[in-house]
Structure formats: structure tokens, C-alpha cells
Design a protein. Structure first.
Length: 145
């Protein structure tokens, strides 16, 4: 049994964090840019990742969560999430709510333990995010779950 990291798309801040993690840690990375079916039963920790868009998760992640089935997931599998965002209000909590509502269908919910890091914007704010420190923090978090 091992860890699976799910990334909604193959570019952007969230992808940059996921690529860093998959380089440093022995973890399977799946990018949701095709309809390829993922065998979930061999993973006991599934780590979702997403940017935050108006308080919602990425649409590829929503679509994928709608497609998974209870029989595909081992009984003891735990779901986690990390997000990249601008730190706006409670938009992270809104994403968690949405994900949990989707996981209900497979009798799962996110573990309480989640992590966020700031995403880079093309404008001046957050220009240098995610920083090396943020990348390391997410990596350590993943190592310890
Ligand atoms: C259309 C749009 C909506 C966004 N909404 C939020 C938001 O509600 N809260 C927040 O903190 N950041 C928000 N952001 C910032 C993104 O969550 C942040 O840039 C994130 O790192 C994007 O991830 P990505 O590069 O993997 O797509 C928004 C960005 C965009 C482009």
C-alpha cells in the first residue's frame, strides 16, 4: 500500500508543487488531463491537490471525484488535500466542504490535517510563491501523513 498524489492539470502552481514532491519522494503522481482510469485500490493514502478558484476546487478534480466508485477504493484508504491559493478569506474551507460533499458518495471524507501554500501571481503580489520553504513544508507534510 502506498501514497498517490492527484494533480488536476499539468501546469501552474499546484503542478509545480506536485512535480517537486514526486521528484523528492517515492510517490505516484497522477495528472487528471486524460480519461485514463487510475487503479485506486493499491493506495491507502490518496492526496488530492488543487488551486482555489472562487472558493472552489479545480474542475478536473471535481469531475474525477464524481467518477470514482466505492468498490475502487480500499476500506482503510484515507484522503488528504493540499491547496495553493492567495490566502483569501475562508475560500480554503469552502473547497474542503465541496470535496467532502463529493467524497460522501464513496463513504469517505478528508482527514482534518491539510496544508496550503501561496500560489504565484503574474502581478506583483505573491510573485515568488510557492517558495522553497513552502515546497519543503508540503513535502514534510506528505512524508508524515
Ligand atoms: C479565477 C481565479 C479565482 C481564484 N480564486 C481564489 C480564491 O477564491 N481564493 C484564493 O485564495 N485564491 C484564489 N485564486 C488564486 C489561486 O488559487 C492560486 O493562484 C492558485 O495557486 C492557482 O493554482 P494553479 O496555478 O495550480 O491553477 C484564484 C485564481 C484565479 C485565476
Amino acid at each position: 500500500m502506498s501514497k498517490l498524489l492527484i494533480c488536476p492539470k499539468s501546469n501552474g502552481n499546484t503542478f509545480n508543487v506536485c512535480s517537486y514532491i514526486s521528484e523528492k519522494e517515492n510517490i505516484d503522481l497522477k495528472i487528471l488531463n486524460s480519461n485514463e482510469k487510475i487503479i485506486l485500490s493499491k493506495y491507502n493514502k490518496i492526496i488530492l491537490s488543487t488551486g482555489v478558484y472562487g472558493g472552489r476546487p479545480h474542475s478536473n478534480l471535481v469531475k474525477w471525484l464524481k467518477s470514482i466508485e466505492k468498490e475502487d477504493i480500499a476500506e482503510n484508504t484515507e484522503f488528504f488535500i493540499f491547496m495553493t491559493w492567495f490566502g483569501r478569506g475562508k475560500s480554503d474551507k469552502n473547497v474542503i466542504k465541496k470535496i467532502n460533499s463529493l467524497l460522501k458518495k464513496v463513504d469517505k471524507k478528508l482527514e482534518d490535517n491539510y496544508i496550503t501554500c501561496l500560489g504565484k501571481n503574474m502581478l506583483i503580489i505573491r510573485y515568488k510563491h510557492p517558495t522553497k520553504l513552502e515546497l519543503k513544508e508540503v513535502l514534510n507534510w506528505i512524508k508524515n501523513i
